[in-house]
Design a protein around this ligand. Sequence first.
Ligand SMILES: C[S@@+](CC[C@H](N)C(=O)[O-])C[C@H]1O[C@@H](n2cnc3c(N)ncnc32)[C@H](O)[C@@H]1O
Length: 475
Amino acid sequence: MANTGGASPPRRGSSRRGRRAGQPYPSGGRASGRQTGPQADPVRTLAFQVLCAVSHDGAYANLELARQLGKAGFSERDAAFATELVAGTCRFQGSYDLVIERASGRALNKFQPAVIDLLRMTSHELLSMRIPAHAAIDTSVEIAAARIGRRVTGLVNAVSRRISERDFEQWLDLLAEGMDELGQLALRSHHPRWIVQAFAERLPEPELALALAADNSPPAVQLAVRPGLLDVRDLPEVEPARYSPYGAYAHRPPASYAAVRAGLAGVQDEGSQLMALALANADAPAGPWLDMCAGPGGKAALLRGLAGGNAETLLASELRPHRAELVRQNLAAYSDAGHGVIVADGTRPPWREASFAKVLLDAPCTGLGALRRRPESRWRRGPAALAELAPLQQRLLAAAVASTMPSGVIAYVTCSPHLRETWEAVESLGPDAVEILSAAEYLPNVPDAADGGFVQLWPHRHNTDAMFLALLRRR
Ligand SMILES: C[S@@+](CC[C@H](N)C(=O)[O-])C[C@H]1O[C@@H](n2cnc3c(N)ncnc32)[C@H](O)[C@@H]1O
């Protein structure tokens, strides 16, 4: 069987068992205006509504799911089932689309959009969750009748039955026929081909499949304490992070920690923590620090605590006002004597040139390094996003260098290993503006992190997001 996405959801054998007679439908789904048929299983109906919102409204699966679950009042078991349905369906969407096309003999664009969402979800139940075929198909037909329209029930029934005739491996074998090696890897790892290509350019061949597989397991939640305000050993029910002295794996939902509620700790991947730590560790002249693209402020909070120890101050700047507000909230536990938060476009900075001793540029990027976190994201953006982001990254990096005082240090960070967003961005500065520091030396306890003079973390190696770091000293 293919990987189901890491979570091990409760099995729900039958649509009848899952249905609660008379219970109102969870509200909020846009494909759900119609309730002409019998009431369908509320848990699967909610998952279907979330999938529709992700496909058609551009919603983030995690946020939309949390929003709808918050209103539904499901048991923990039902919530876990809905979560697996949504996350797994989103993660494997590209493979399921190929299965649906092959099983139906129709191109995907010949289907009504809500039918595609429903068939994707049914594919996940049948092929990855091993739900008995009769249960998965019956419920899908019920959802089709209740939420899309009776006229599509025959189609949903027929295509679902065709899908159930093979297991996932058999479908993948069939679909892989005639594909080249890269295409097969993309298919079997449930990634778009352009992303597999991008990873292949950055990794030794034996690691490629491991890196792709790591994207299919949701990460454990990690917390970071605010340096100077709380010691990580004072967090209850956590396991220390591997490399960051400020990080820990949470064993409970983050909001259940008093320290998180008090702003003394926040949710942050260890890779992100290490980026801020490396900059803090670098030698630089005395002077204020700048976080140029700070929202929502996880790294700014770490920098604020670490800069505070050196009696420096931090300016956190962010383009979007609502994200600047999140930065303020993330820094709220610290005295504002040591920091400021402003709304500004980093490509047209309001501060004077050469003002800062250390500058963090955590650039807007494709997020290819955090695919395990956002199940739908790999299918949402194509390579065209690079054409838009790479020039912006280069303009921001040039502005970051100009903002740094001579001998000051710039940390250029992306949550993407793509060459265009990493090496090529640094190369765009030319040879004269900066000296490339050996970034891995500033994270001495992190193994296998050096990537030329840069640092490249990987989920399969470090259990972090695939963060890239260049440390540059202004000449
Ligand atoms: C990768 S995120 C930063 C994450 C942040 N450093 C943290 O650790 O929480 C990139 C941020 O850059 C912001 N941004 C995009 N274009 C910008 C610009 N021209 N100037 C400043 N910020 C920008 C985005 O709104 C986004 O909040």
